[in-house]
Design a protein around this ligand. Sequence first.
Ligand code: NAD
Length: 528
Amino acid sequence: MLSFKFAKSASKVIGNRNFHSSSASLANTTKLFINGKFVESKTKEWLEVRNPATQELVTKVPVSTKEEMEAAVKAASDAFPAWRDTSVSNRSRIISNYKNLINKNMDKIAAIITEEQGKTLPDAKGDVFRGLEVVEHSVNVASLMMGETVENVSKNVDIYSYVQPLGVCAGITPFNFPAMIPLWMFPLAIACGNTFVLKPSERVPSASMFLVQLAQEAGVPDGVVNVIHGGKEAVNFICDAPEVRAISFVGADQAGRHIHARGTANGKRVQSNMAAKNHATIVPDAHKERTLDALTGAAFGASGQRCMALSAAVFVGESKNWIPELAERAKKLKVAGGAAPGADLGPVISAASKQRIHELIQSGIDEGAKCILDGRNVVVDPEFSKGNFVGPTILTDVKPHMRCYKEEIFGPVLVCLNVDTVDQAIQLINANPYGNGTAVFTSSGAVARKYQREIDVGQVGINLPIPVPLPFFSFTGSRGSFVGAGHFYGKTGVQFFTQIKTITSNWRDDDISHGVSSSMNMPILGKN
Ligand code: NAD
């Protein structure tokens, strides 16, 4: 019999958690969601989810068995015909109900995120809100799925296209946005008429589970969304399952490249958003106070665990003199559990992650960088003494060959580089393999325009950090940060989850009187 000692907070945060077991032997373990039912796994392998601020056990996640994963894919496959044939208006109404329920439960979802992922409560609400925006956009699915028409391409012949769903789609998500990233995936996919199998990060499963509980409440029929749990085995199962037509992935490089290779080899569409090293370019003519505020928030917020965090600052010319003031601001940030009043930074996700961040800071120092603010021995309140905390850290005099520059640190560490001109900044950034996001801070329209044109990065902020586009655009990370068949959300997101069927029709106005004659030649429609 399994016997786990769970944190008291686990069940009190949101009350009714259908997705946690209440049976004596499996209490608080996370269930699967298959064909509209929260079911207990029969697995013998469980993965622990611990609160990163305290190490308390929150839940255990099953490594789904093969039979359970097959049941989830079968449920999605069986549910597809009826869901595809549900009118687009009714699908849209259900997504609209869903949007309202997410809004109503925003605080509860945020509390779950803080408990499992560690980010501060206000930041967790931002995580939910940015996902909610994609759900809001998905409500307009009918206008997003409109095909095209050209009338009379030949006598009595019209050509028109329909945008149709693919079938079963799947999503594999990372730990750092437990609500936003699942919400980038399944609401738009199902709004388009697909069914879905989600494999959330095994490190933060509960936000996804609560989101599917709400989807069911909103009226999403059984089998349309399913959830399996686990790590590599579950991922490989998704890549290989013949019924799965498309895979959405967000996470680190190793898994992203593997999933893209294995999924496409199996004939699936794959979109894979991966790691980043996002540079801020600080031009001396920028508004100093606003720029330093923006850098502080974007480098250290969420403890640097955002794929769009500004993790490298390129100071042009004299702007390097602002670095001591940046350090003063960073020093004042409060490091504490995410639910603690006034917390600016929560913990990082795991002890292993904390150790890796420490090592990367040390590697910078060993390679000649200066550590002007060292968060490795940050002091936190005694209740968080066991947490995975790293304080804001600033490395200066960093050079492009250093490991701390070349690798994504994914912690509250800002590496600072110096250049003499904006051209040199652009050259440096374009030589970096990643292309997720960048920001330039300047008061010159000419500099901003040059930067936006010449920088080879998919998302550019001008006097704005973390330029994550709203969902009427798409998330357009580029180069090493993305591989695949189409970007997330927006027009390209709809294209990713749909296929186009083109009809050429010939309703002859003389059919009834003259009958039909056949030709053996290739039809040349445009000539008549
Ligand atoms: P991760 O790659 O470790 O995990 C993501 C998912 O892949 C999880 O569901 C996990 O179970 C699975 N997985 C992990 N290793 C695997 C392997 N070897 N084979 C098959 N599956 C595997 O990522 P993470 O640590 O959870 O998330 C952080 C990373 O995600 C960072 O690199 C960050 O930049 C990136 N990220 C990118 C974006 C973006 O839009 N570009 C957004 C958020 C996060």
